[in-house]
Design a protein. Structure first.
Length: 67
């Protein structure tokens, strides 16, 4: 996956990489899912804290991509 260049998004729904491809909400969700899966595999995430942790991970990725 090519590195992202941080630019202001043209719309609220998507940011763009240096190749001009939009980063969709679906792509952000998939990345967040992969991070959560890794956290579960290493024992850092449990069902008790899943809801809060997933939200934090998703927002962090979204903020990083869109800022």
């Amino acid at each position: 996956m090519p590195p992202l260049i941080m630019t202001k998004p043209k719309t609220m729904d998507s940011a763009e990489t240096h190749e001009g491809k939009p980063v969709t909400d679906d792509a952000i969700l998939k990345v967040a899912k992969e991070v959560v899966i890794k956290f579960i595999e290493v024992g850092r995430l449990t069902p008790a804290n899943f809801d809060e942790t997933f939200s934090l991970i998703y927002r962090a990725i979204q903020h990083t991509v869109r800022s």
